[in-house]
Design a binder for this molecule. Structure first.
Ligand code: SAM
Length: 216
């Protein structure tokens, strides 16, 4: 994602602590306290401008959502939406995926979404892919028993790598698709992300993987 740094982002985020958390380590084990009701928590890692997580929160009031983003200038856009139209079941977190075991207790998260994660195509950058085994271990450390990890991407190489990585890690697949939009009835609850709209609009297939860690 090409980034334009927005100097006021940090200040704006700090001014809305009720909606956006920075770091989050102090909330470990206590994330339900941020929400109106205690209910399962789903997170999106790398939410970008937050279109997906915002719509998911609207459509699923019995789930609490946390949108996570490492760049404050991007999180700013999601926060502006939330400030304009607050939702009782959506909060944002400015943090790096690599640190999530310092932020969430084991079992605090019920589902993880990775949408259109940066593909890092060079082999020497494989460790940066959010589906590398080091990240899978972080996710395993925060999910409930049987909690699912879902990936959507337009990138065939990231899809193939993630298929291999999940399988190699011993994860159990519950869903695999090489074209989410091929059959409109296949994913009736699919919520499109900003990137998905763009790539689907260009006629590119959208790949999906869903798996859990129950075999380990
Ligand atoms: N999920 C959105 C969508 O589908 O429209 C945005 C996709 S964008 C290509 C990937 C996003 O992941 C970027 O906003 C980037 O800043 C964020 N990101 C990359 N590495 C991350 C990390 N380690 N932790 C949290 N967010 C990360």
């Amino acid at each position: 994602m090409r980034l334009r740094r927005i100097p006021r982002a940090g200040e704006y985020i700090a001014a809305h602590p009720e909606l956006a958390v920075v770091g989050g380590e102090e909330l470990k084990g206590n994330w339900q306290s941020l929400f109106a009701a205690a209910q399962p928590i789903h997170i999106e890692i790398g939410m970008g401008k937050g279109g997906f997580i915002n719509e998911m929160a609207r459509q699923n009031p019995a789930i609490n959502f946390i949108g996570i983003e490492v760049y404050d200038s991007v999180l700013l856009r999601a926060l502006e939406k939330l400030v304009a139209q607050p939702l009782p079941n959506l909060r944002l977190l400015h943090a790096d995926a690599a640190n999530l075991q310092e932020v969430f207790e084991q079992g605090e998260i019920s589902k993880i979404y990775l949408n259109f994660s940066d593909p890092w195509p060079k082999k020497r950058h494989a460790k940066r892919r959010l589906t590398h085994k080091h990240f899978l271990s972080v996710y395993q450390g925060i999910l409930i028993d049987g909690g699912k990890l879902q990936l959507k991407t337009d990138n065939r190489s990231l899809f193939e790598y993630s298929l291999w990585s999940f399988n190699h890690y011993g994860m159990a697949f519950s869903d695999v698709s090489v074209d989410v939009h091929a059959d409109p009835e296949a994913y009736p609850d699919n919520v499109m992300t900003e990137y998905e709209r763009k790539f689907h609009g260009l006629g590119q297939p959208i790949y999906l993987l869903e798996a859990d860690f129950k075999n380990r």
